[in-house]
Write a protein that binds this ligand. Sequence first.
Ligand code: 13P
Length: 251
Amino acid sequence: MRVPVIAGNWKLFKTIAESVALVHELAPLVASSHGVEIVVAPVFTALSKVSDAIEGSNIRLAAQDCFWEEEGAFTGEVAPKLLKDAGCSHVIIGHSERRQFFAETDITVNRKAKAAISTGLRAIVCVGESLAERESGLTFSVIETQIQGSLAGLTVEDFTNTVVAYEPVWAIGTGKTASDAQAQEVHLFIRKLIAKLFGQSVADAVRILYGGSVKPDNVKGLMGQPDIDGALVGGASLKADSFAAIVTFNS
Ligand code: 13P
Protein backbone atom coordinates (compact mmCIF):
# COMPACT_ATOMS: atom_id res chain seq x y z
CA MET A 1 0.00 0.00 0.00
CA ARG A 2 1.18 3.49 -0.82
CA VAL A 3 1.15 5.84 2.18
CA PRO A 4 -0.52 9.07 1.06
CA VAL A 5 1.45 12.32 1.15
CA ILE A 6 -0.28 15.62 1.86
CA ALA A 7 2.17 18.46 1.30
CA GLY A 8 1.59 22.17 1.74
CA ASN A 9 3.58 24.42 -0.57
CA TRP A 10 3.55 27.83 1.07
CA LYS A 11 5.28 29.46 -1.94
CA LEU A 12 6.37 33.05 -1.25
CA PHE A 13 4.11 33.63 1.72
CA LYS A 14 4.63 34.18 5.45
CA THR A 15 7.33 35.60 7.66
CA ILE A 16 9.26 33.43 10.10
CA ALA A 17 6.86 34.32 12.92
CA GLU A 18 3.81 33.63 10.76
CA SER A 19 5.25 30.30 9.61
CA VAL A 20 5.94 29.19 13.17
CA ALA A 21 2.46 30.30 14.25
CA LEU A 22 0.92 28.28 11.43
CA VAL A 23 2.63 25.02 12.41
CA HIS A 24 1.81 25.62 16.07
CA GLU A 25 -1.83 25.87 15.08
CA LEU A 26 -1.63 22.94 12.65
CA ALA A 27 0.20 20.40 14.83
CA PRO A 28 -2.63 19.64 17.29
CA LEU A 29 -5.19 19.47 14.46
CA VAL A 30 -3.27 16.69 12.68
CA ALA A 31 -1.65 15.00 15.68
CA SER A 32 -3.89 11.95 15.51
CA SER A 33 -3.53 11.46 11.75
CA HIS A 34 -1.77 8.18 11.14
CA GLY A 35 -0.88 6.57 7.85
CA VAL A 36 -0.33 9.87 6.08
CA GLU A 37 2.94 11.70 5.40
CA ILE A 38 2.31 15.36 6.32
CA VAL A 39 4.73 17.90 4.86
CA VAL A 40 4.97 21.69 4.91
CA ALA A 41 7.23 23.77 2.66
CA PRO A 42 7.88 27.29 4.02
CA VAL A 43 10.25 29.84 2.48
CA PHE A 44 13.98 29.18 2.99
CA THR A 45 14.38 31.80 5.71
CA ALA A 46 11.75 30.14 7.90
CA LEU A 47 12.97 26.53 7.56
CA SER A 48 15.16 26.35 10.60
CA LYS A 49 12.65 27.94 13.00
CA VAL A 50 9.80 25.82 11.62
CA SER A 51 12.00 22.75 12.07
CA ASP A 52 12.32 23.58 15.77
CA ALA A 53 8.58 24.23 16.01
CA ILE A 54 7.56 20.84 14.55
CA GLU A 55 9.98 18.78 16.62
CA GLY A 56 8.17 15.81 18.13
CA SER A 57 5.16 16.23 15.83
CA ASN A 58 4.13 14.18 12.79
CA ILE A 59 4.77 17.13 10.45
CA ARG A 60 7.77 16.94 8.12
CA LEU A 61 9.66 19.81 6.54
CA ALA A 62 10.33 20.52 2.86
CA ALA A 63 12.19 23.23 1.00
CA GLN A 64 10.72 24.57 -2.23
CA ASP A 65 13.89 24.14 -4.32
CA CYS A 66 17.57 23.24 -4.04
CA PHE A 67 20.77 23.40 -6.05
CA TRP A 68 22.72 20.36 -7.28
CA GLU A 69 26.21 21.23 -6.02
CA GLU A 70 27.26 20.73 -2.41
CA GLU A 71 29.18 23.99 -2.14
CA GLY A 72 31.20 26.46 -4.18
CA ALA A 73 30.98 29.80 -5.91
CA PHE A 74 27.25 29.67 -6.63
CA THR A 75 25.85 32.91 -5.28
CA GLY A 76 22.30 32.66 -4.05
CA GLU A 77 21.97 28.88 -4.19
CA VAL A 78 21.19 26.44 -1.37
CA ALA A 79 22.65 22.92 -1.34
CA PRO A 80 20.67 19.80 -0.36
CA LYS A 81 22.95 19.14 2.62
CA LEU A 82 22.23 22.63 3.95
CA LEU A 83 18.51 21.90 3.70
CA LYS A 84 19.08 18.79 5.77
CA ASP A 85 21.10 20.89 8.17
CA ALA A 86 18.08 23.21 8.49
CA GLY A 87 15.84 20.25 9.34
CA CYS A 88 14.34 19.33 5.97
CA SER A 89 13.46 15.76 5.06
CA HIS A 90 11.84 16.68 1.75
CA VAL A 91 12.36 19.11 -1.12
CA ILE A 92 10.02 20.18 -3.92
CA ILE A 93 11.79 20.22 -7.28
CA GLY A 94 10.70 21.53 -10.67
CA HIS A 95 7.51 23.25 -9.60
CA SER A 96 5.83 24.81 -12.63
CA GLU A 97 6.42 28.29 -11.20
CA ARG A 98 10.15 27.58 -11.23
CA ARG A 99 9.91 26.18 -14.74
CA GLN A 100 7.91 29.23 -15.85
CA PHE A 101 9.69 32.10 -14.06
CA PHE A 102 13.17 30.79 -13.28
CA ALA A 103 14.18 28.90 -16.42
CA GLU A 104 14.01 25.49 -14.76
CA THR A 105 14.24 22.70 -17.35
CA ASP A 106 13.96 18.93 -17.19
CA ILE A 107 17.77 18.85 -17.20
CA THR A 108 18.13 21.10 -14.14
CA VAL A 109 15.22 19.35 -12.42
CA ASN A 110 16.97 16.03 -13.00
CA ARG A 111 20.30 17.27 -11.60
CA LYS A 112 18.57 18.71 -8.55
CA ALA A 113 16.52 15.56 -7.95
CA LYS A 114 19.62 13.34 -8.09
CA ALA A 115 21.55 15.63 -5.75
CA ALA A 116 18.66 15.80 -3.28
CA ILE A 117 18.09 12.05 -3.27
CA SER A 118 21.77 11.22 -2.88
CA THR A 119 21.83 13.55 0.14
CA GLY A 120 19.00 11.57 1.69
CA LEU A 121 16.22 14.06 1.04
CA ARG A 122 12.90 12.92 -0.41
CA ALA A 123 12.40 14.71 -3.74
CA ILE A 124 8.89 15.76 -4.77
CA VAL A 125 9.37 16.15 -8.52
CA CYS A 126 6.69 18.21 -10.28
CA VAL A 127 5.36 17.90 -13.81
CA GLY A 128 2.32 19.36 -15.55
CA GLU A 129 1.01 20.75 -18.80
CA SER A 130 -0.13 24.32 -19.53
CA LEU A 131 -3.63 25.21 -20.68
CA ALA A 132 -2.42 25.80 -24.25
CA GLU A 133 -0.74 22.39 -24.26
CA ARG A 134 -3.88 20.69 -22.96
CA GLU A 135 -6.08 22.46 -25.48
CA SER A 136 -3.73 21.41 -28.29
CA GLY A 137 -4.01 17.78 -27.25
CA LEU A 138 -0.39 17.70 -26.06
CA THR A 139 -0.96 16.73 -22.42
CA PHE A 140 0.42 13.19 -22.65
CA SER A 141 3.41 14.05 -24.80
CA VAL A 142 4.36 16.97 -22.53
CA ILE A 143 4.07 14.78 -19.43
CA GLU A 144 6.05 12.00 -21.09
CA THR A 145 8.89 14.36 -21.96
CA GLN A 146 8.93 15.87 -18.47
CA ILE A 147 8.88 12.50 -16.70
CA GLN A 148 11.58 11.04 -18.95
CA GLY A 149 13.83 14.07 -18.56
CA SER A 150 13.22 14.86 -14.91
CA LEU A 151 13.64 11.30 -13.66
CA ALA A 152 16.37 10.22 -16.12
CA GLY A 153 18.94 7.88 -14.65
CA LEU A 154 17.24 7.34 -11.29
CA THR A 155 17.82 3.88 -9.86
CA VAL A 156 15.24 1.60 -8.29
CA GLU A 157 16.79 2.53 -4.94
CA ASP A 158 16.48 6.26 -5.72
CA PHE A 159 12.75 5.81 -6.18
CA THR A 160 12.29 5.01 -2.48
CA ASN A 161 13.01 8.72 -1.98
CA THR A 162 11.15 10.03 -5.02
CA VAL A 163 7.60 11.32 -5.10
CA VAL A 164 6.02 12.61 -8.32
CA ALA A 165 3.55 15.51 -8.31
CA TYR A 166 1.23 16.08 -11.25
CA GLU A 167 0.20 19.73 -11.27
CA PRO A 168 -1.65 20.89 -14.37
CA VAL A 169 -0.55 24.53 -14.68
CA TRP A 170 -4.07 25.64 -15.59
CA ALA A 171 -5.37 24.34 -12.26
CA ILE A 172 -2.80 26.11 -10.06
CA GLY A 173 -4.16 29.06 -8.11
CA THR A 174 -7.11 29.33 -10.47
CA GLY A 175 -9.77 27.55 -8.44
CA LYS A 176 -10.19 25.25 -11.48
CA THR A 177 -9.36 21.77 -10.27
CA ALA A 178 -8.91 18.99 -12.75
CA SER A 179 -11.92 16.71 -12.42
CA ASP A 180 -11.31 13.46 -10.59
CA ALA A 181 -11.37 11.63 -13.92
CA GLN A 182 -9.04 14.11 -15.67
CA ALA A 183 -6.50 13.81 -12.85
CA GLN A 184 -6.79 10.01 -12.64
CA GLU A 185 -6.25 9.70 -16.40
CA VAL A 186 -2.90 11.50 -16.22
CA HIS A 187 -1.85 9.76 -13.01
CA LEU A 188 -2.47 6.37 -14.61
CA PHE A 189 -0.50 7.50 -17.66
CA ILE A 190 2.43 8.52 -15.43
CA ARG A 191 2.35 5.24 -13.52
CA LYS A 192 2.33 3.20 -16.74
CA LEU A 193 5.18 5.29 -18.11
CA ILE A 194 7.21 4.75 -14.94
CA ALA A 195 6.50 1.01 -15.23
CA LYS A 196 7.85 1.06 -18.78
CA LEU A 197 10.93 3.10 -17.88
CA PHE A 198 11.82 1.75 -14.43
CA GLY A 199 9.86 -1.46 -13.89
CA GLN A 200 6.50 -2.47 -12.49
CA SER A 201 7.57 -2.67 -8.84
CA VAL A 202 8.84 0.94 -8.93
CA ALA A 203 5.58 2.04 -10.56
CA ASP A 204 3.47 0.18 -8.00
CA ALA A 205 5.30 1.81 -5.10
CA VAL A 206 5.85 5.40 -6.25
CA ARG A 207 3.48 8.01 -4.80
CA ILE A 208 1.96 10.32 -7.40
CA LEU A 209 0.43 13.48 -5.89
CA TYR A 210 -2.10 15.75 -7.51
CA GLY A 211 -1.75 19.53 -7.19
CA GLY A 212 -3.91 22.39 -8.44
CA SER A 213 -6.65 24.04 -6.38
CA VAL A 214 -6.96 21.15 -3.93
CA LYS A 215 -9.40 22.18 -1.19
CA PRO A 216 -11.17 20.46 1.72
CA ASP A 217 -14.27 19.98 -0.44
CA ASN A 218 -12.58 18.28 -3.41
CA VAL A 219 -9.81 16.27 -1.76
CA LYS A 220 -11.95 13.22 -1.00
CA GLY A 221 -12.99 12.73 -4.62
CA LEU A 222 -9.43 13.11 -5.85
CA MET A 223 -8.04 10.77 -3.18
CA GLY A 224 -10.68 8.21 -4.10
CA GLN A 225 -8.99 7.70 -7.47
CA PRO A 226 -6.83 4.58 -7.65
CA ASP A 227 -3.67 6.32 -8.88
CA ILE A 228 -3.83 9.51 -6.79
CA ASP A 229 -1.66 9.07 -3.71
CA GLY A 230 -1.78 12.49 -2.16
CA ALA A 231 -1.94 16.20 -2.74
CA LEU A 232 0.41 19.12 -3.18
CA VAL A 233 -1.58 22.03 -1.82
CA GLY A 234 -0.92 25.73 -2.37
CA GLY A 235 -3.50 28.28 -1.23
CA ALA A 236 -5.43 25.95 1.07
CA SER A 237 -2.25 25.06 2.97
CA LEU A 238 -1.80 28.62 4.23
CA LYS A 239 -4.50 28.23 6.88
CA ALA A 240 -4.29 25.56 9.58
CA ASP A 241 -7.96 24.60 9.50
CA SER A 242 -8.20 24.09 5.73
CA PHE A 243 -4.88 22.23 5.51
CA ALA A 244 -5.85 20.05 8.48
CA ALA A 245 -9.19 19.27 6.79
CA ILE A 246 -7.25 18.11 3.72
CA VAL A 247 -4.82 16.02 5.80
CA THR A 248 -7.73 14.34 7.58
CA PHE A 249 -9.70 13.74 4.36
CA ASN A 250 -10.30 10.16 5.41
CA SER A 251 -11.77 10.70 8.85
P1 13P B 1 -3.01 25.94 -5.42
O1 13P B 1 -3.43 24.86 -4.48
O2 13P B 1 -3.02 27.30 -4.80
O3 13P B 1 -3.72 25.87 -6.73
O4 13P B 1 -1.45 25.66 -5.75
C1 13P B 1 -1.08 24.41 -6.18
C2 13P B 1 0.41 24.33 -6.18
O5 13P B 1 1.06 24.92 -7.02
C3 13P B 1 1.05 23.53 -5.13
O6 13P B 1 2.41 23.35 -5.41
